[in-house]
Design a binder for this molecule. Structure first.
Ligand code: ATP
Ligand code: MG
Length: 169
């Protein structure tokens, strides 16, 4: 399935993409978020969580590595694995138990635990371009594909660029 590339002019556009993503996801979905420090991964998760009904703060769980949110319709687990060390940490914290059919998991720095994470449904990369970011969203499973198709429809009113990416709103 063709990836979706969207240009995000500013922080508000990243939050808005998160809100559109919230309308496309379903429990069980596993999303990985790639991008350098400061790329906008947490901002995207913040947009998602707000749209899913979370009213409080959303900070990257830099030291606890995971922050679970009990939302009205699902449990949402936000991982930041930047400081993840080794396999024993994975097992000692029971991280594998966070993944399952009733929860959504969004994982920053998935490459730090690449051999331990279950396969992702959606793969999102954020890359700086100009003063904004380009978001590239790929589906790796059928469930991810359904989510991506919905997201594509929800993004259709954004301005199409000549090379096929769209301006986020
Ligand atoms: N589309 C955008 N254009 C410009 N700035 C943005 C955009 N999206 C987010 N930002 C800004 O980028 C900064 C870093 O964002 P954020 O904390 O989400 O990055 P991160 O990828 O989670 O970083 P880390 O890897 O350190 O956790 C914030 O100041 C945020 O406002
Ligand atoms: Mg972050």
């Amino acid at each position: 399935m063709t990836p979706l590339t969207i240009h995000l002019n500013d922080e508000a556009a990243t939050l808005a993409l998160g809100a559109r993503l919230a309308r496309s996801i379903m429990p069980g979905l596993h999303i990985v978020l790639h991008g350098d420090l400061g790329a906008g991964k947490t901002t995207l998760v913040r947009g998602l969580l707000r749209a899913l009904g979370h009213a409080g703060a959303v900070k990257s769980p830099s030291y606890s590595l995971v922050e679970p949110y009990a939302l009205p319709d699902m449990t949402f687990n936000h991982f930041d694995l930047y400081r993840f060390r080794d396999e024993s940490e994975w097992h000692d914290n029971g991280f594998g138990d966070y993944f399952g059919p009733t929860s959504v998991c969004a994982v920053e720095w998935p490459e730090k635990a690449a051999d331990l994470l279950p396969p992702a449904d959606l793969d999102i990369s954020l890359v700086p371009r100009g003063s904004g970011r380009d978001a590239c969203i790929k589906a790796d499973t059928a469930a991810g594909g359904r989510c991506l198709e919905t997201l594509r429809l929800l993004s259709a009113d954004a301005v199409w660029r000549p090379e096929g990416s769209v301006d986020g709103v």
